[in-house]
Design a protein around this ligand. Structure first.
Ligand SMILES: [Zn+2]
Length: 237
């Protein structure tokens, strides 16, 4: 499928593109370079009963392995938004994510609140994480998620200049608040629908405890969980 057709289908499916700007809408700036309008998304296409499982804040030794084991048991794929400093601490664990078929993405280097930072400091966070992930896994991410979702619209070019789209989410069980594994699973299953981007954290034991019920519940509802590359694709390709 040609990229334009894919985007048109996304639009028809009512995908949650917060900002419709895409490479096709690029304009030529004063320097003569084509400026790419940053892509922001919070959900994917609603056809095909697909949704995306995303895990933030890893890799976390002792937790990420548990999530990986449950994914592998069910032959499911997810997308992991990684913290650069944690990748540098455990490059082997980051590499394992890719080896087991999952997508890896950028979630900043030290997890600061980027919305209040200078462009240079934000660029440093993004660049160091791109480099850490590429070094550990051989993969250069094409999606970025700002910590806390704290990112100003006008900061978008700081992501797009690295070829990164900005990915938020549509289902948030607030697992970080540790409400109990049963509550986490119930919240995810109650809110999931075709096109959802589910936000989880491979950081807390309760999330690791919740994933078997989440994964089995999604399967029993006939959802196809897809990694980003086969769900929302690349932001500017
Ligand atoms: Zn985070």
């Amino acid at each position: 499928m040609r990229r334009n057709d894919f985007l048109r289908m996304l639009a028809m499916a009512g995908a949650g593109l917060a900002v419709p700007g895409r490479a096709q809408n690029g304009s030529v700036g004063e320097a003569g370079e084509v400026e790419i309008n940053p892509a922001f998304i919070n959900s994917g296409p609603g056809f095909g009963n697909k949704l995306a499982l995303t895990f933030d804040d890893g890799p976390t030794p002792g937790i990420t392995e548990r999530v990986l084991a449950e994914l592998k048991k069910r032959d499911m794929r997810a997308t992991f938004f990684l913290i650069g400093a944690k990748v540098d601490a455990r490059p082997d664990l980051a590499r394992r994510l890719v080896d087991e078929g999952h997508d890896v993405a950028n979630h900043s280097y030290t997890h600061p609140r980027l919305s209040g930072m200078s462009d240079a400091a934000v660029d440093n966070q993004i660049t160091r994480t791109q480099e850490a992930i590429a070094r550990a896994t051989g993969v250069t991410p094409v999606w970025f998620r700002p910590p806390y979702g704290a990112f100003r619209r006008e900061q978008g070019p700081l992501a797009s200049k690295h070829g990164l789209g900005v990915a938020y989410w549509s289902v948030d069980p607030k697992d970080w608040s540790q409400p109990g594994s049963a509550v986490i699973a119930q919240r995810v299953l109650a809110a999931s629908q075709p096109g959802s981007i589910i936000l989880l954290h491979d950081l807390h034991p309760q999330t690791a405890e919740a994933v078997p019920a989440i994964f089995d519940g999604l399967i029993s509802r006939s959802f196809a969980t897809a990694p980003f590359h086969s769900f929302v694709g690349s932001p500017y390709a």
